[in-house]
Design a protein around this ligand. Structure first.
Ligand code: HEC
Length: 155
């Protein structure tokens, strides 16, 4: 079970700053490196969201991260049914999520969002097998969408 936590922690770290586990010395090195590599410009594609949609999207995103945390925690307690429910309700392609994805004008972003939510439903189905390794693979797939989208788009 420690492995699950470790793998997912690493993935979550990648979403955010990937500096989460770095000590101060390393962090400083990373900051210098990022500064150099990125030249302080954000080259990701902007979605041009209006202010209201921005807050809505961010709060949704925070709930995505919370869902991943809950799923990992429940898996570590062998509560696969509960984890499966959360995967569907919070990450899956529910009618609400479908509606929200439709609101974006960027077609590629929309496609990526829908594929991501579909993978949330696949994760939900896989969790029902109660198999740790296949479930982790499914979670890894879902989180690949988090990473890919964050690398490509900004608000
Ligand atoms: C289809 C695209 C897409 C997918 C998939 C996606 N996100 Fe995001 N996420 C975004 C965008 C766009 C932002 C805003 C980034 C910016 O403007 O810098 C964001 C921001 C965030 C934030 C910052 C929230 C805040 O309050 O500042 C978190 C946390 C986050 N996402 C978590 C996740 C997690 C976890 C997943 C996967 C389980 C995920 N996201 C999947 C597009 C996506």
């Amino acid at each position: 079970m420690k492995n699950i936590i470790a793998i997912v922690s690493i993935l979550i770290g990648m979403i955010g700053s990937n500096l989460v586990f770095a000590d101060c010395g390393e962090m400083h090195e990373n900051m210098k490196k990022n500064h150099h590599e990125m030249n302080m410009t954000d080259t990701r594609i902007s979605l041009g969201l209006p202010e209201k949609m921005k807050q809505h999207q961010l709060s949704n995103m925070r709930s995505h991260v919370e869902a991943v945390k809950s799923i990992v925690g429940l898996m570590s307690e062998n509560k696969f049914d509960e984890a499966s429910k959360i995967a569907h309700a919070k990450l899956g392609l529910t009618p609400e999520m479908k509606e929200m994805c439709k609101m974006f004008s960027n077609e590629e972003f929309k496609k990526l969002g829908l594929a991501f939510h579909k993978s949330g439903d696949d994760l939900s189905d896989t969790l029902q097998t109660k198999d740790v390794n296949t479930s982790l693979r499914a979670l890894n797939k879902t989180m690949q969408y988090c990473v890919e989208c964050h690398a490509t788009y900004r608000q």
